[in-house]
Design a protein around this ligand. Structure first.
Ligand code: PLP
Length: 377
């Protein structure tokens, strides 16, 4: 019997559901946790929009307190965390679902609404996970190009068909960092059929400003077909624990939860997320630091002559078009891992000051090796 490895290009002998064979495997940013082949140093990991900060001390303490209970299953109803979120967001408990990262909740939402031949719409470029969700559900991905770096909601409304079942609006958008005005999103929700699930993916909401105002939450209160997706992976710095949440009216939350696998949010993640929500000052201090670093990096990139848009997130976006792959490869050769998203551009996550200085110096070095001007035509 031959050994079948799950790598692109390896053929399996087992029967495969139609459509699965053509799924393009998700290519993650290179891991730098020390468990990967590259090891911890000397790479500067700016490819995956992670937080550069270790979890807050209060969060580490909460994790330590539950380590001795790992012989037990996690709370399948995730009650304590859902209660904390419901209180934080001022919504009833029935409006909150928690999962192993917001990506798991996105998958549940798509599996519950889209089947073979149905259409899942999202912008392009937007979060790289969305096409995978469509393929796994057997749905058709409908990609609507951004206009001027932001969601083109006119074009998205026009592209709706009888088969459209769900639409992602990534706000702020990964990878461009752009946002759409709350009133424009609301108008879009009113323009499209109300049997279409609208997912406002707000993974980067905390970086937008203080206090955090999410478009999704205010829409959820008025529209039964809208959900807001949030995560502890970014601002809260808990990407390695996998915990995210979804907020919607009770009926739509129930629809999403029909595709839920029990126990997927582990005990450490539940305890850590509760502690992180409680530590408001700790989070606020880190968000302030991210804003300072954001100004530093955007300014540095502009001084290098790069046309960089404002960003409302923890990453910067370079419109490098078909130069993206070569630019990122060159950055990688100099020890700075950034994310190429050809043919659109390169995304650079904000790090701490040391990482950001190294990134800017490396961008300067790499720019000098490119013969042609990297500004878009
Ligand atoms: C826009 C967006 N949505 C969802 C996710 C997935 O986040 P999580 O770690 O909560 O699964 C990401 C992660 O990069 C993202 O950028």
């Amino acid at each position: 019997m031959s050994l079948h490895r799950h790598r692109e290009g390896h053929k399996s002998m087992v029967h495969v559901r139609p459509g699965i064979d053509s799924i393009k495997l998700y290519v993650p940013g290179r891991a730098t946790t020390g468990l990967s082949e590259i090891g911890e140093l000397p790479y500067v990991p700016l490819a995956s929009n992670e937080s550069p900060f270790a979890p807050l001390p209060s969060v580490v303490k909460a994790i330590e307190e539950v380590v001795g209970k790992l012989n037990r299953y996690p709370d399948p109803g995730v009650y304590a965390l859902r209660e904390a979120l419901a209180a934080e967001l001022d919504v009833p408990l029935a409006q909150v679902a928690v999962g192993a990262g917001s990506m798991t909740l996105c998958l549940q939402a798509v599996l519950s609404t889209c089947g073979a031949g149905d259409e899942l719409m999202f912008a392009s470029p937007s979060y790289e996970g969305y096409p995978l969700l469509a393929s796994v559900a057997g749905a058709t991905a409908v990609k609507i190009p951004l206009r001027d770096g932001a969601h083109d909601l006119d074009a998205m409304a026009e592209a709706v068909t009888d088969r459209t079942r769900a639409i992602f609006i990534c706000n702020p958008n990964n990878p461009t960092g752009s946002t759409v005005e709350a009133q424009r999103i609301e108008r879009f929700v009113e323009e499209v059929r109300d049997d279409i699930l609208i997912l406002i993916d707000e993974a980067y909401a905390e970086f937008m400003g203080d206090p955090i105002k999410t478009v999704g939450l205010s829409l959820v209160r008025r529209h039964a077909n809208v959900v807001s997706l949030r995560t502890f992976s970014k601002a809260h710095g808990l990407a390695g624990l996998r915990v995210g949440y979804l907020v919607g009216q009770p009926a739509v939350v129930e629809v999403v939860q029909r595709s839920h696998m029990p126990f997927n949010t582990n005990t450490l993640a539940q305890a850590a997320a509760i502690a992180s929500l409680k530590d408001r000052d700790g989070l606020a201090a880190r968000l302030a630091e991210v804003r300072t670093e954001r100004a530093f990096v955007l300014d540095g990139l502009r001084q290098l002559g790069l046309p960089v848009r404002d960003t409302f997130t923890n990453f910067a976006w370079l419109d490098l078009g078909d130069q993206a792959e070569a630019f990122a490869a060159e950055m990688g050769r100099h020890g700075v891992l950034v994310r190429p998203l050809p043919p659109h551009g390169v995304r650079i996550t904000l790090g701490d000051r040391v990482a950001n200085e190294r990134a800017l110096a490396t961008v300067a070095t790499v720019l000098a090796t490119f013969e042609r001007d990297l500004s878009p035509a």
